[in-house]
Design a protein around this ligand. Structure first.
Ligand SMILES: Nc1ncnc2c1ncn2[C@@H]1O[C@H](COP(=O)(O)OP(=O)(O)OP(=O)(O)O)[C@@H](O)[C@H]1O
Length: 578
């Protein structure tokens, strides 16, 4: 099973969210001001009604109570306007947070070390990029502002209640105690189960992805039943967690429902006791009842959003876990890049240098063992060796997708590994090194889009020249030439055409060094040889191919055996020894 990506702790998640909120401190400040004004306005109504009750019961009310009515009407109108204002501001803040989160997450996914992405498998990263970011969206846009407003409202209401009459104010205490129990006992458990469910769903996505991609292999090996069983087991574990979650939530909502109605009952009983003992007036009791009613209504929304926010913070921990990891990896790369490169031992014409390179996929066994290799400009080297001898692993170490356990790799004088890739442009504006494997990729868009991903400033003439150089003469027959849309519903290219396209990308990008790892498997050998002429010219090239005729195009060859360079010579000699 793939290693899941890290999850940020709850504390870190909220700190990162706060940092995101504070990117626009002015917006947040005015939002809090609106919350306070809106809460105070709504509290004016129960206070006015309480005073009205007192005036009526003490018979000091003379005539129709126009003053009270006008005051309450004004509070209603101003309250409505302020509610509209904070809802608008709050949702604006939420939408901004969502936008930033989306941008940060996509940026983070692109910034992660290739090895991290590979170890994690595509399922976990994809589900965090899509499902998780989506599920956060509504809670962040609507829930966060409402939750913050109700928090301010609750604090101000409780404080006002104590100022109105401290005896009457005591009636709010049981409500807060019960709420504290819900928050401290139930919500952490719900949070934990939510995290397990999200992890189980990621795990399911990984298995489902593997099953879909390996469907034909499963059929060939006759293991569909076993693989489907693995998938069903994942579904079962999601279902079992979901059942526990539903049961816990049901209890939570039952207690919350009781807590919603209890304050009303208490306020009437406790109000009557206070009045009877002379601790409070009927007006205070009326004010307390209305305020508690307001708190009750808001407590429902509060606990609803608190539950959702709790769930969101777990999901957000998964998103921030990736963002945080990418920041750490980027910082480490920048530190590595800023450390002085040892160029003294690199002579001008050595483009690729490997020194005492050792690497193992597991700590127990090394796949590459102390490899020293120099490739000069204009030189091409065939890496020859039996299957499993470490050719692709060595190529990936040079391309920076893997980092050596010991030893160093440098390309065009710059270090590679630890998240540093040699794809960045060298001082002359050309990429230092590009790798072309048998997994040629077609991007959605036009043929030209597919060429300019490698060289954004390439002219049409340069793109066409590169395509012709690798033998992709079919470009002349396309309906719209370079502007032809490629993809499943548009013009479809055959697998050999896609491979030629990725070779043409290399020609147009014009890197200093190239690694060709079985990059012509879909082409006829003669066509492949013709294509490679354009790539070998003036570059440092490493060729990995099981086809002796392709490997023979290299100027020399090294034989890899058990991860060591066993011999060097001509490609023909090395093939004979392999
Ligand atoms: N991702 C991986 N995790 C663990 N072991 C791996 C991984 N990739 C390769 N290996 C192992 O490392 C060793 C070298 O593999 P590598 O693919 O580099 O050899 P190769 O010479 O390129 O083989 P081939 O010619 O079949 O492509 C093999 O034993 C292989 O099983």
């Amino acid at each position: 099973m793939a290693n899941l990506l890290p999850v940020a702790s709850t504390g870190k998640t909220w700190r990162m969210l706060l940092a995101s909120v504070m990117r626009t401190p002015g917006q947040f400040f005015w939002l809090i001001v609106l919350f306070v004004l809106s809460s105070l306005t709504s509290l004016a109504i129960p206070i006015a009604i309480g005073r009205l009750v007192d005036a009526a019961s003490s018979r000091t009310l003379t005539g129709f109570p126009w003053g009270f009515i006008l005051l309450i009407a004004l509070a209603v109108v101003v309250g409505a306007l302020l509610t509209r204002a904070w809802t608008f501001q709050g949702q604006r803040l939420g939408v901004r947070l969502n936008r930033d989160l989306g941008i940060d997450m996509v940026g983070a996914a692109l910034e992660l070390d290739a090895q991290t992405v590979e170890d994690a498998g595509s399922g976990d990263l994809l589900s965090r990029l899509t499902d998780d970011v989506d599920s956060i969206r509504q809670v962040l846009a609507q829930g966060l502002p409402e939750f913050l407003y109700i928090t301010v409202y609750m604090i101000l209401t409780a404080t006002t209640l104590f100022f109105v009459n401290p005896f009457i104010g005591l009636v709010a205490v049981p409500t807060f105690v019960l709420m504290a129990i819900l928050l401290s006992i139930f919500l952490p458990r719900i949070g934990k189960l939510t995290l397990y469910r999200a992890e189980a769903m990621s795990d399911f996505t990984v298995v489902a992805n593997e099953n879909i991609r390996g469907a034909s292999t499963m059929r060939e090996l006759g293991i569909e039943g076993a693989r489907l069983q693995v998938q069903e087991n994942r579904v079962d574990s999601i279902y079992s967690i979901a059942r526990k979650l539903v049961s816990l939530r049901a209890t939570y909502w039952a207690i919350d429902g009781f807590n919603s109605y209890m304050p009303l009952l208490l306020s009437i009983i406790w109000g009557a006791i206070c009045v009877e003992r002379g601790w409070a007036s009927w007006g205070d009791a009326a004010t307390a009842s209305i305020m508690l009613f307001g708190m009750r209504v808001n407590a429902d929304i509060f606990t609803y959003w608190l539950d959702r926010l709790r769930e969101m913070s777990v999901t957000m921990g998964r998103v921030f876990g990736v963002i945080d990891l990418s920041h750490q990896q980027k910082a480490r790369r920048e530190q590595a890049a800023s450390s002085k490169v040892n160029t003294e031992s690199v002579t001008d014409d050595v483009v690729i240098r490997c020194e005492s390179l050792t690497y193992g996929y597991t700590p127990e066994s090394s796949v590459i063992k102390g490899v020293n290799l120099d490739v000069r400009a204009g030189e091409s080297i065939a890496l020859v060796g039996r299957s499993g001898s470490g050719k692709t692993t060595l190529a990936r170490l040079i391309a920076g997708s893997l980092t050596a356990d010991s030893g160093t790799v440098s390309v065009a004088g710059s270090p590679v590994g630890n998240g540093l890739y040699p794809t960045q442009v060298a001082q002359d504006g050309r990429p230092a090194l590009l790798i072309c494997t048998q997994e040629a990729h077609l991007f959605l868009g036009t043929l030209s889009d597919n060429m300019t991903v490698a060289a954004e400033n390439a002219t049409e003439a340069e793109q066409l020249a590169a395509l012709h150089a690798v033998g992709a003469d079919w470009v002349d027959d396309l309906p719209d030439g370079l502007d032809t849309e490629l993809g499943t519903s548009a013009t479809q290219l055959t697998r050999d055409q896609i491979q030629q396209l990725s070779l043409a990308r290399i020609v147009v990008a014009n890197p200093h060094a190239v690694i060709l790892d079985e990059s012509t498997t879909q082409l006829e050998t003669a066509d492949a040889c013709a294509s490679l002429h354009a790539i070998l010219k003036d570059r440092a090239v490493i060729i990995i191919s099981h086809d002796a005729r392709i490997a023979s195009m290299a100027s020399r060859a090294v034989l890899l055996k058990g991860g060591r360079i066993e011999a060097e010579g001509t490609p023909a000699q090395m093939f004979a020894l392999s």
